[in-house]
Design a protein around this ligand. Structure first.
Ligand code: AGP
Length: 674
């Protein structure tokens, strides 16, 4: 749930100010992952800090800056402290290794002492930034305390640098030296849990080590003065066999790397990446073996534009991402709809198995779960395979039954959500075919599933998922079309859906014109305590997702409900004050929704009705309710159109209520803890 970042410049002069800005900017890009505290570590001048103290190394001691709050509070405290320490911001470094972290607190309140980099203690002999959770930290802590270590933070992370120092000191007391990667490998041997870690140490100046198990870790390579070589790199100096000037980056997310380079490698579980003398080696850790194997890996080219990670003319990422939907949907469908046929390369080899499945299980959390719920009716209709729904955490809690004849479809924007990944492990153990639907190339979900489809929505930075939701639905509708493409009985229906998909971006463009109307609606709801949304059929998911958007960003209580359940309890809440949004666009459920509206009217309900264009008089004959008219599309795509006014409503409510749109209270974009 945190963001880690590192920057190492080699054989290229960079002033300290520049290095600081690269690190701080990396954190700005990762801030969506956690924003309650942050920190960085850079090198001081050998002459300026702690000269009087007898430090256990000859090199410049690191300087660690940690701050509670948003990245901008770290930025101001860094420059104040730099002044106090008399650090020369213009001092150039031909080689320098810096690390950075932005935090979403799990162990210990947001406070400088709980922020990362966490330290081995006096002289900062080992510094670590960590994304993930160390589950056996208490046992490790007790052992380290017995060996004389004192702990300053409440974090699980602090055991890691202390363990590194313990290993280092022990090895140094013996014969011969110990390399940085040997130290880290021994630390890894002791750690349980999920993590991506970056280590910095004055014992190994200008080196960096990163390793991972479970959490995402990416390496970016920018060779300056010429093309980056695409050859494999391994334990010899192959990445850069010469002393080419270069910049190397570690990050939890490609969006912090894209403005520097498009050449990257996704690091796999149990790999240790060691940067030394400008060369990169990747080693594979193995519990059984003393010596790690060296790994060969080619660099991939990132298909992402820098514009994607910038707000452009928009005030907030959420607004930008809502308005990007005509384009993101186009990209999601690009190359996949040809001559009336859906082609999903990622599923091709597994299509026979999917068609023979006993059932399809959709698994996800939050918005991703809602996207699957929206696609469920069409998946069942076109494939004739029963589709069941599982919220990942609940599936794990229940140890739900899953069989090898099942196809389990895992839906996750980030591809990093802990609950979803654990459910994936569970499904893999039970022999089900596991299919991934994710926005994140190289994510754990993408790597661990048997096959899958990328939604290609582009980088989504606002914590509230918007464009990923609509692209997930489109991808799952395309999956339904592809799986059901062997059935003659649904040919006409499939052709109509494909025609609908082709026109969808244009219709989304039209519905976005409701922006002003949604702002006015938000204005009228600004002081409300609560909001209900009723939907059914294809749009049950719209009600759940619309309500989630409102509660997560506008911090207003909001519940999405199945309209069919209204009379079984929720009707008691209805009075002339509580605002209720009823989704009553045209589809099979339309007449049932008309009755719901009548029943609500009969109880003097304060209604806001969403209907298809031209239907206002049918849903609101007395003209008393507020009506939102949206373009009509084929039934299975209607949830994509209908969610957009709800996204706009949530956005405007948030701005008008004065809350943070892109980084709502207590949340983070990807939930990498259980
Ligand atoms: C979406 O607005 C939420 N922030 C949240 O529900 C999210 O969809 C959920 O945490 C799952 O994330 P994922 O899609 O990255 O797995």
């Amino acid at each position: 749930m945190c963001g880690i970042f590192a920057y190492l410049n080699y054989n290229v002069g960079r002033e300290r100010r520049y290095i600081l800005e690269v690190l701080l900017n990396g954190l700005r890009r990762l801030e969506y992952r956690g924003y309650d505290s942050s920190g960085i570590a850079i090198d001081s001048d050998t002459s300026s800090v702690m000269q009087s103290k007898s430090k256990p190394y000859d090199t410049a001691p690191p300087v660690v800056f940690r701050q509670e709050g948003k990245i901008e509070s770290l930025v101001s405290s860094v420059y104040t402290e730099v002044d106090q320490l008399n650090l020369d911001l213009e001092k150039p470094f031909l080689v320098h290794a810096g690390i950075a972290h932005t935090r979403w607190a799990t162990h210990g309140v947001p406070a400088p002492r709980n922020s990362h980099p966490q330290s081995s203690g006096e002289f900062d002999e080992f510094l670590v930034v960590h994304n993930g959770i160390i589950t056996n930290y208490e046992v490790l802590k007790q052992t380290l305390v017995r060996h004389g270590f004192t702990f300053e933070s409440d974090t699980d992370t602090e055991v890691i640098p202390k363990l590194a120092k313990f290993v280092f000191d022990k090895a140094r007391d013996g014969e011969g030296g110990v390399t940085f990667s040997q130290v880290v490998m021994e630390v890894m041997r002791q750690l349980e849990g999920a993590y991506a870690l970056i280590f910095k140490s004055p014992h190994y100046p200008n080196e960096l080590i990163a390793c991972k198990r479970g959490s995402t870790l990416l390496l970016g390579v920018n060779e300056l003065g010429g093309e980056t070589s695409r050859h494999l790199f391994h334990d010899v100096k192959a990445l850069t066999a010469n002393d080419k000037p270069k910049e190397l980056f570690f990050s939890s997310d490609l969006c912090a790397i894209v403005e520097h380079t498009k050449n990257y490698a996704a690091i796999e579980d149990d790999e240790i990446v060691h940067i030394k003398d400008g060369s990169v080696s990747i080693l594979k850790f193995n519990y059984e073996k003393e010596k790690p194997a060296s790994v060969q890996r080619a660099l991939s080219v990132l298909e992402m534009e820098v514009e994607q990670i910038k707000k452009g003319d928009f005030d907030h990422f959420m607004k930008k991402e809502i308005h990007e939907q005509p384009d993101s949907l186009t990209t999601s469908m690009r190359g996949r709809l040809k001559d009336g046929v859906v082609g999903l390369g990622g599923l091709k080899d597994h299509m026979r198995t999917i068609r023979r499945s006993r059932r399809i299980i959709f698994i996800g959390c939050g918005t991703s779960y809602h996207a699957a719920l929206a696609a469920r009716p069409i998946m069942e209709e076109l494939t004739d395979i029963p589709v069941t729904m599982e919220i990942a955490s609940d599936m794990l809690d229940r140890k739900a039954l899953i069989f090898k004849e099942d196809t389990a479809v895992f839906v996750s924007q980030s591809g990093e959500t802990a609950d979803t990944l654990l459910a994936l492990e569970y499904a893999l153990q039970h022999g089900a075919l596991c299919v991934g639907v994710t926005n994140t190339v190289g994510s754990t979900l993408a790597r661990k599933t048997h096959c899958g489809v990328h939604i290609n929505a582009g980088c989504e930075i606002g914590v509230a998922s918007t464009k990923a939701y609509t692209c997930q639905i489109v991808v799952m509708v395309m999956m339904a079309l592809a799986i059901g493409s062997d059935k003659m009985s649904t040919l006409a229906q499939r052709e109509a859906i494909i025609a609908g998909l082709t026109k969808l971006p244009e219709k989304v463009h039209d519905v976005l014109k409701l922006d002003g109307e949604m702002k006015a609606l938000a204005q009228s709801l600004i002081d409300e305590q609560s909001l209900l949304m009723f939907g059914r059929g294809n749009n049950y998911a719209t009600a759940l997702e619309g309500a989630l958007k409102v509660k997560e960003v506008a911090l207003m209580h909001s519940e999405g409900m199945l309209a069919g359940e209204m009379k079984h309890g929720p009707l008691a809440l209805v009075d002339e004050y509580l605002p209720i949004i009823v989704i009553a666009t045209r589809d099979d459920s339309f007449s049932k929704q008309q009755s719901v509206i009548q029943q609500l009217h009969a109880r003097k309900g304060r209604l806001i009705v969403m209907c298809s264009e031209g239907d206002a008089s049918l849903v609101c004959p007395d003209g008393r309710s507020r009506v939102i008219e949206v373009p009509r599309v084929v039934d299975c795509l209607q949830p994509i159109i209908n969610i957009i006014p709800m996204q706009l409503l949530a956005y405007h409510l948030t701005v008008l209520r004065g809350y943070n749109v892109d980084q709502p209270r207590n949340l983070a974009k990807s939930v990498t803890t259980q």
